[in-house]
Design a protein around this ligand. Structure first.
Ligand SMILES: Cc1cc2nc3c(=O)[nH]c(=O)nc-3n(C[C@H](O)[C@H](O)[C@H](O)COP(=O)(O)O)c2cc1C
Length: 325
């Protein structure tokens, strides 16, 4: 019947999405640093249901991270200043990458560094490995004692992504910082320099004070806020980027339930990452996938792509519907 949606209640909706050159079987994956690579939860659910697996950001060499305290719980969020401790690339290649490859899902390797040469060197190293589908560039960790995040500046972002682009043919996902005055300009700089997709975004600079001791709680004094508190703000960033640019966006910020995932998809994100929610619900990712599937069935959508950007104005939706957009 004209205008009536097909009855898909008896079928399973297609959850696959295209994120730039990457086809994901489902639009839900962990956020870097909040899931390790999944070994600890492998007994709780089938990790192959995820759209991708992502490691905690690997740095060019071993480093201890920041002094304690490094994590602080606050209303509706977590403040961390872990500072990317890393055992370096050799350990990653030997112990984590093989496990990631064994999961039967896309393998996204998150890399970090303190200089363009650090990122380019790691990108070249990962380019020489089998079974990596994409690199995520952590340009936005607010907790490096040594330097400001690259993603606070369009010029620094452009220059870094360009340097990495020259070092690898792997698809690149640029992970942006949320605390900027013009997120669209920085997103555009990353795409112009050769990024294939954007991860929007990292944690928001924040802090807590111990009122009995009368001093900052975190060892580095400040950290990054994540969890439910940040979702409405990151949703706005995703909306702004999708409204202005034809850039594939993976949303990351406060996704805790399937409702959060649906909101981001309606804003135009092509997939979501789940970070802090894993700490309170280790089954958050499969729960979100189940809830998303049930939402699609309930509303009569045969494909998750039918809802991507559906909250945007009609003229914008037409562009978002193109898989390359
Ligand atoms: C404890 C912790 C460690 C993190 N480590 C990393 C990391 O190594 N690399 C990275 O790109 N982001 C890291 N993040 C940021 C998350 O990937 C994510 O961008 C952020 O937490 C927002 O998502 P959420 O609200 O779902 O947690 C970390 C976040 C937390 C809470």
């Amino acid at each position: 019947m004209e205008g009536k949606r097909p009855n898909v209640a008896a079928t399973t909706p297609d959850l696959s999405v295209q994120v730039g050159p990457l086809t994901l079987k489902a639009p839900v994956m962990p956020a870097s640093g909040c899931f390790n690579v999944g070994q600890e939860v492998a007994h709780l659910f089938d990790l192959s249901c995820m759209g991708a697996i992502i490691n905690k950001t690997v740095m060019p060499g071993p480093r201890p991270g920041n002094p304690p305290y490094r994590v602080l719980e606050r209303t509706a969020g977590l403040i961390n200043s872990i500072g990317i401790p890393s055992k370096g690339p050799a350990e990653f290649l030997e112990h984590q990458l093989p496990f990631m490859r064994s999961l039967g899902t896309r393998v996204i390797v998150s890399i970090g560094g303190l200089s363009e040469a650090d990122y380019a060197g790691l990108a070249a190293l990962m380019d020489a490995q089998e079974g990596i589908d994409a690199l995520e560039l952590d340009l936005s960790c607010p907790n490096h004692a040594e330097r400001r995040p690259f993603a606070l500046s369009a010029d620094a972002t452009r220059s870094l992504v360009r340097a990495v682009r020259r070092a690898t043919r792997l698809p690149l996902i640029a992970k942006l910082a949320p605390n900027v005055s013009d997120i669209v300009a920085i997103a555009a700089a990353a795409m112009e320099a050769g990024a294939d997709a954007l991860c929007v975004a990292n944690t928001y600079p924040a802090m807590g004070i111990d009122i009995e001791e009368r001093r900052p709680v975190l060892g580095l004094q400040t950290g990054g806020l994540s969890g439910p508190a940040i979702k409405p703000m990151t949703l706005r960033l995703v909306w702004e980027i999708v409204s202005e640019l034809d850039a594939p966006v993976i949303a990351c910020g406060g996704v805790t339930t399937w409702r959060d995932a649906v909101e981001y998809l309606l804003a135009g994100a092509r997939a979501v990452q789940v970070g802090t929610a894993n700490f309170t619900n280790p089954r958050a990712i499969p729960d979100i996938i189940d809830g998303l599937r049930a939402y699609l069935v309930r509303h009569g959508f045969a494909r998750v792509t039918d809802i991507i950007g559906a909250a945007q104005p009609p003229e914008r939706r037409a562009r978002i519907a193109r898989p390359s957009a």
